[in-house]
Design a protein around this ligand. Structure first.
Ligand SMILES: *[C@@H]1O[C@H](CO)[C@@H](O)[C@H](O)[C@H]1NC(C)=O
Ligand SMILES: *[C@@H]1O[C@H](CO)[C@@H](O)[C@H](O)[C@H]1NC(C)=O
Ligand SMILES: *[C@@H]1O[C@H](CO)[C@@H](O)[C@H](O)[C@H]1NC(C)=O
Ligand SMILES: *[C@@H]1O[C@H](CO)[C@@H](O)[C@H](O)[C@H]1NC(C)=O
Ligand SMILES: *[C@@H]1O[C@H](CO)[C@@H](O)[C@H](O)[C@H]1NC(C)=O
Ligand SMILES: *[C@@H]1O[C@H](CO)[C@@H](O)[C@H](O)[C@H]1NC(C)=O
Length: 659
């Protein structure tokens, strides 16, 4: 143990260079959200200088209190040494706010929210935790050490590749987010945290893998586990549990949004508040017990989720690539509001208007999620990309909160439907659209095989076929010109091997991806897949209830799936009975997809079903036939097994019997 617990002073001395380069506050990325270089103008930045003054002041107050109460034998009994606050500050604090840690919290900390890693690069990754001081009254900064090792069990010097420290304070709700650096590509690492001043409690050990160098053409495998829509009160996170435990499972986990839900989760109807689910029977009522609108609310809600042991296990077991959807802010969010909030007086929820609410939501997201801030001049930008050697480029989009034009907020469905094909509507905003198209083209030119487009909502034509719910204009169907521009980019530039990921819908949809102008004619052939330009894997929810309806019989779920594949010409598999997730294995020649399902999330250990499997060959840009290897899937419906193509024709809206 003695190597691990090197005296703090020695550590600080060894780190002199980086300490002066980056002070222990700045090293905690939670303060750099979005950037230290921005002033507080957008309401998102932290003013480090101001926080530094606050910390000094609190330390002085603490010093004075200790003196008065005589409770702490501080400063080696030299309590009377500082005559004035100014005297104290000069002697106790240097330019790094006391970076040697003399006036940080000295008690024990615990790690009830576990550990997490994310956004790995070839030489670095984001590490996250959230210490809780045992003394809940302390107002001192917590100094936390982080260590990255090549070994899971041995954190001695010979295995350590990074060993540093940073501070966290109440200003960021004690979130702790650092970039561990000096790593090698394609390597498995282990990391942990402990207090700089009390080494008796060490966090759980987490693990992650760095990604390859961008020009590495030897890479032949990338395995992703893809999740969406994890609503805590609705059930246990069986999908997280299983993905964390799977032998030979995914390398990384991708969450395409609705990682938390903003509504009240205790099932009690309160006027003016959204209520989802009743978490009481399962003892899964998230904090706080009302719809969340303030920064404190969002922080508490993230904390409730992170205490879930299945989610904590997943975060500890692999690096996370995350993007938000609407519920990280509020239901059906868009650039100027959500279903229940906007900036007018009537659009305030619990007294908080939309813009203020969104800022709180965004700030809490950055604090709690192990994601990078890729553009420090743009506080809302979470869209970003990763080059996985020559095997793949991963694009993570924000179709939701960055700059989405007006969406369907229930009372305006007809109006949004009427403008859904307007050329000037955008889902992503012009800046992000340009970035995506340019980078998709560059990806093809650089010879990356797979273009993985991770995003929130179902992209392909999606006819629900219900008289009162034909199209979901809150998905790409409400932004058809944005979709057309994306598909045109693929077609005009001969971009191959695009694989689209989606969530949001609480059901499984697997598509040959087909532009609108090919959907009704021979340019697309649903039998062979010819005319498809990409594939889309849209996964069901981790725990949010089925969009087909709650608690139906398997027979009814299957009937609904059969109907969907017969009225959506390029939808090759639909399924709505199971909650779950999917895994994708990319290699140089093909992608294999496995969709896993859990029938009953009221059980913490619901049995797992391999619901269906798919294959996509390099260069094919469509699902491999026979789909699901010609086997009848365990749940849901394959179009090829529902529609007898030899006896049917497409009438424009459905497969119907040939005259
Ligand atoms: C604002 O939200 C309120 C409450 O949902 C709604 O009644 C009102 O129509 C909204 N106003 C605008 C301009 O969207
Ligand atoms: C949708 O817009 C496109 C591009 O402006 C146009 O070519 C197409 O005809 C429109 N479709 C409908 C159904 O109006
Ligand atoms: C679900 O359906 C079953 C059988 O139809 C019924 O007995 C049960 O009460 C339902 N549960 C809920 C929560 O609606
Ligand atoms: C799911 O599990 C719960 C808890 O054991 C049980 O009460 C319920 O009947 C189960 N539901 C179904 C549809 O099997
Ligand atoms: C296909 O044709 C039908 C009937 O004209 C029309 O309602 C539908 O919108 C068309 N679909 C597409 C994708 O153009
Ligand atoms: C196509 O057939 C379906 C199912 O019979 C019917 O509901 C729909 O109106 C038809 N569409 C057209 C454009 O004829």
């Amino acid at each position: 143990m003695k190597n691990i617990l090197a005296p703090f002073a020695a550590l600080a001395a060894a780190l002199t260079v980086s300490v002066t380069a980056l002070a222990p506050l700045e090293r905690n990325l939670a303060y750099r959200s979005p950037s230290l270089s921005l002033s507080n103008g957008d309401g998102l930045s932290h003013d480090i200088a101001h926080i530094g003054n606050q910390i000094r002041k609190r330390a002085y107050d603490d010093y004075v209190t200790s003196k008065v109460e005589g409770k702490a034998k501080r400063n080696n009994g030299k309590k009377g040494q500082y005559k004035t606050e100014a005297d104290f500050l000069v002697q106790k604090y240097d330019a790094n706010y006391g970076s040697d840690g003399r006036d940080a919290y000295k008690g024990k900390v615990s790690f009830p929210f576990g550990v997490a890693s994310g956004d790995p690069y070839p030489n670095s990754a984001i590490l996250w935790t959230h210490p809780v001081p045992e003394d809940s009254n302390t107002n001192l900064p917590i100094c936390l050490r982080y260590q990255t090792s090549k070994s899971k069990t041995d954190f001695s010097a010979s295995n350590l590749v990074d060993d540093s420290y940073a501070w966290t304070t109440s200003e960021v709700d004690y979130s702790y987010k650092v970039e561990t650096t000096g790593l090698s590509p394609k390597t498995q690492y282990y990391y942990r945290f402990f207090s700089c001043h009390d080494h008796s409690v060490v966090s759980p050990v987490g693990t992650f893998k760095t990604i390859p160098e961008y020009d590495d053409d030897s890479v032949d495998e990338l395995k992703l586990a893809v999740f969406s829509c994890s609503n805590l009160p609705f059930g246990f996170f069986n999908a997280y549990r299983a993905a964390a435990a799977r032998d030979n499972g995914a390398d990384y986990f991708v969450h395409v949004g609705d990682y938390i839900y903003e509504a009240r989760g205790d099932g009690q109807t309160v006027a003016g508040e959204n209520t989802y689910g009743d978490g009481r029977p399962l003892n899964r009522v998230p904090e706080p017990d009302h719809e969340i609108v303030t920064l404190d609310d969002y922080r508490l809600r993230y904390g409730s989720y992170r205490k879930d042991k299945d989610l904590a296990a997943l975060h500890g077991s692999k690096a996370f690539f995350g993007i938000w959807d609407d519920h990280e802010v509020a239901d059906n969010s868009y650039n100027h509001g959500t279903a229940d909030s906007n900036d007018t007086d009537t659009g305030a929820v619990r007294g908080v208007k939309f813009t203020e609410r969104k800022l709180a939501a965004v700030k809490a997201y950055y604090e709690w999620m192990p994601i990078r801030q890729v553009d420090t001049t743009d506080s809302l930008r979470i869209w970003r990309s990763f080059r996985y050697g020559k095997l793949a480029d991963i694009f993570l989009l924000d179709t939701r909160n960055f700059d989405r034009d007006l969406t369907d907020i229930y009372w305006n469905t007809a109006a949004v439907g009427a403008v859904s094909n307007d050329t000037d509507r955008s889902l992503m905003g012009g800046k992000q659209e340009q970035w995506l198209y340019r980078n998709m083209i560059e990806s093809q030119q650089r010879g990356a095989t797979w273009k993985i487009v991770g995003q929130q909502i179902v992209m392909n034509w999606q006819n629900y076929g219900e008289p009162d719910f034909m199209y979901n204009y809150d998905a790409w169907q409400g932004y058809r010109s944005n979709r057309r521009r994306f598909f045109d980019t693929i077609v005009k530039n001969d971009i191959d091997n695009t694989v689209i990921l989606a969530g949001d819908s609480h059901a499984n949809w697997v598509y040959d991806t087909v532009p609108e102008d090919r959907l009704n004619n021979t340019q697309y052939d649903p039998v062979t897949g010819q005319g498809s330009i990409a594939v889309e894997f849209a996964g069901t929810a981790v725990s949010s209830p089925s969009s087909y309806g709650k608690n139906l019989t398997q027979q009814k779920y299957d009937a609904a799936a059969q109907r969907l594949v017969s009225i959506n010409r390029n939808l090759q598999w639909a399924e709505g009975a199971h909650r779950g997730y999917f895994e994708l294995e990319f290699s140089k020649n093909e992608v294999n997809a496995q969709f896993y399902g859990y029938a009953n999330n009221s059980l913490p250990n619901s049995e797992e079903l391999l619901v269906a499997q798919f294959n996509v060959k390099k260069g094919a840009n469509k699902l491999t036939r026979p789909i699901n290897y010609g086997i009848k899937p365990n749940s849901g419906a394959l179009q090829a097994q529902v529609v007898d193509y030899s006896k049917s024709r497409w009438n424009g809206t459905a497969f119907v019997a040939q005259n």
